[in-house]
Design a protein around this ligand. Sequence first.
Ligand SMILES: Cc1cc2nc3c(=O)[nH]c(=O)nc-3n(C[C@H](O)[C@H](O)[C@H](O)COP(=O)(O)O)c2cc1C
Length: 454
Amino acid sequence: MTSDPQRWLWAVGAVVLWLALIALTVWRQRRAKAAARAQSTAMAGAGEGQAVLVAFASQTGFGEELAWMTARALGDGGVGARVVSFNDLDAETLKATDRALLIVSTTGEGDPPDSAVRFVRKIMGAEADLSNLHFGLLALGDRSYDAFCGFGHAVDGWLRRSGAQPLFDTVEVDDGDAGAIRHWQHQLNQITGSVTAPDWTPPAYDQWRLVERVLANPGSPGGEAHHLAFEPVGALPDWAAGDIAEIGLSPRDGVTPGSREYSIASLPSDGRVEFLIRLMRHADGTPGLASGWLTQDLKVGDVIDMRLRANRSFHGPSDETPMILIGNGTGIAGLRAHLKARTAAGGAWLLFGERTQAHDAFFDAELQAWLTSGVLTRLDRSFSRDAGDGRYVQALVTAASDDLRAWVSRGAVIYVCGSLEGMASGVHAALEQALGADVLLQMLEDGRYRRDVY
Ligand SMILES: Cc1cc2nc3c(=O)[nH]c(=O)nc-3n(C[C@H](O)[C@H](O)[C@H](O)COP(=O)(O)O)c2cc1C
């Protein structure tokens, strides 16, 4: 043992600093939780006892947005509301609730959003006595999928079997259909007793100008992928890595009205919203409506309607948390925003798959620079059409199983972005094999395994 007082002083100092860091981390976590609680009860109003519970199960943020609009509409009509995510919802809360409005989206092939997986496993696995509960359900979906509103219907069935009573028939929303949302609004009026419709302004579009478009993969054996950049005509809004842009399509542009969603590949500090968009082609070779318009017809200087939407389920972890990013194709867009947002503190590992090294190594110069600066600790890429490789990204996951386990045991989070078909299920199966199905499920429920797939 040393008797050097200076060494002792250093040692004590180090311990004090370490304890202070722990205290700071705990305090920050508590503060964040308190802020989230304060936000969700902010709508409760005076009579919190009778407040309507507004619960949302949302994968890409639309349902969450509608939940807050629902709470505001109720509040404007004089009825208190409390907003919670399905992640924070339990049977006790439902049992003790008189009225609940549930906004429930469907993902995958009729699957629950990731944030509802815990609820499905722990709560919906058994029937509960919910005979006191009266509920209204807004089911979000898209008729182009076989299981239209599949998870919404599953929740509806479970509530009814548990004795809960519907306030009205489930309102189904096909691809954001405004008519169905107006119908929901009408049901809210019944609850508040308002004669006039609450001020439910549909989310407004902002105007953005195309300032740059570059073909990102000339010579690729795959479909053309274009790197587009838009600057706002007005003020630059704020957004975070993981967020989504809804691009408005109008007949003016020769395409069917509606909107298309794309992962944002840049940050506000870039001063512009960037995308990597693949030109989709129909079986007869004609370009897809939205991707054809954006990558071919739209000219630099043209102005489009666009709004940015928070996609909280794909927001990043703290700087110190190691991050494993997995993706394929244009899925690198969302992952690039995360890499842009990172410092070298926690370390990041990108596993990425595409067709050829020569033509499809998207953002290669940036990735190399991030490797040099330490933002990216490790880069594994596979190119399925290259001689001597021929692997998809899930094969990289399998090959690196030992290291993946080591990263996860150091607290790493896993973010997957890219195509639903093939990639997402292939990567999921490879991760299950590498980490164990229980570990992966726990990570999903804890928000340590997050997906933005399409
Ligand atoms: C990858 C993916 C899978 C989807 N699967 C289904 C589905 O099986 N059934 C359905 O009705 N809608 C499906 N949808 C459509 C969503 O439910 C719809 O876009 C909804 O508005 C999303 O709401 P959210 O942002 O709250 O998650 C899917 C959407 C995506 C992106």
